[in-house]
Structure formats: C-alpha cells, structure tokens
Design a binder for this molecule. Sequence first.
Ligand SMILES: C[S@@+](CC[C@H](N)C(=O)[O-])C[C@H]1O[C@@H](n2cnc3c(N)ncnc32)[C@H](O)[C@@H]1O
Length: 204
Amino acid sequence: MSEREDHWNAVYGARAEAALTWFEDAPEMSIDLIRSAGVTADARVIDVGGGASRLVDALLDDGFSQITVLDLSAQALRVSQERLGKRAGRVHWVAGDITLWLPDGAYDLWHDRAVFHFLTDPEDRAAYLRALRQALRPGGVAVIGTFALDGPETCSGLPVVRYAPETLAQVFGDGFEPVSSRAHRHRTPMGRMQSFVFCTFRRR
Ligand SMILES: C[S@@+](CC[C@H](N)C(=O)[O-])C[C@H]1O[C@@H](n2cnc3c(N)ncnc32)[C@H](O)[C@@H]1O
C-alpha cells in the first residue's frame, strides 16, 4: 500500500463521513454544473477521487446509469457502498490512484471535487492529465473543483496547489476549452468557510 493510500484510508477510518471538512450533505454545485453540461442520463460519468461523496447518490437519483467512482481509498468507497445499500450494485467502483489509472474506455463526463489540488508534484499532474485525456471523449466535459487562490493552503494535513480559473486552464492546456468558472464558498462541518473554484472544460 502506498503512503498516499495509507493516509487516506486512515482519514476515512478515523472520522465519520459527516465530520470530514469537505463533507457536503448535498453536492449542489457539482450537480448543477453536471446538469448544465447537457449530458443525458445514459452518459458515462466518472467521479474521480469521489471518496465517500454523496454525488453518486444524486447521480443515481437523476437516473444516471453508467457511473464510475474512483478513489485511492477503498475505505472511503466502502462508506458510500454501505450508505447506498442495494443501489451500490448499479455503480462501477474502482479503488486506485488516478495518476496510475488506465481508463477502460471513453467517458462523457469527468468530475473531480478537491482531488487535483493535492497533486503538488508536476509529474503527478502530468499523469492525471494523461488519464483525463485518455478517458474523456472529444466533446466530453470535465468539471473540476479546486481550492481557489484565497482557499486553504492545506487539507487533511497535506499541502495543496490553489488555482484561479486562468491558471487551471493553463495547466489543462490547449486540449481543453474552458467553458465556465464559478466561485464557491464551502462551509465545513465546523462552520469554517473555504473558497473553491469550479471550472468546466470541454475536451477538444
Ligand atoms: C478532499 S477529499 C474529496 C472527496 C470527494 N471528491 C468529495 O467531494 O467529497 C479528496 C479525495 O481524493 C482522494 N484521492 C487523493 N489522492 C488521490 C489519487 N491520487 N487518486 C485517487 N484518489 C485520490 C482521497 O482518497 C479523497 O477521497
């Protein structure tokens, strides 16, 4: 098991889902952006670093039938699987590192809330973008939520890279057309506010 995997399994093992700083009862911004992307319910959707997020519940409620949730932490995925009960059988679960993952086909929509910003090593960012380019079909949409320039410098004890829409677009490169960006303030379970930026890109 890698150090990274150990770290995240320990985080999810130590605290209840609703006590994690990134916990959202309803992932409204993500759902809103996914709905605005114009994908239909038969679209192939992947939530990268989905952890124990309730986005998968919301996607199932919206009728999506081809959902993949990938996360480094099998412990996090178990939290979601237990919460979903029988509905968990309708989801494809992948326990793995996005920087090492080999996509199994073409996706229409890639969602990442609060994962890319942990990639502080340029090689990891390049590997992530390689996986994204391989996974997302031309015309497909990527919804990426990271800490904004005035967001926290660390999360879960790990350093992060904070982004403005322009710097994220620069990192994603010419292969991705920036479509929209939205600022978002997340209220943690302890009542602290965190600045996020959510950017939508279309794969050229
Ligand atoms: C801050 S949490 C966000 C979880 C989820 N996206 C949400 O909004 O609730 C970051 C997640 O990224 C996962 N993660 C971190 N590094 C990863 C990597 N290299 N590959 C896949 N998942 C990773 C962690 O296990 C954790 O679930």
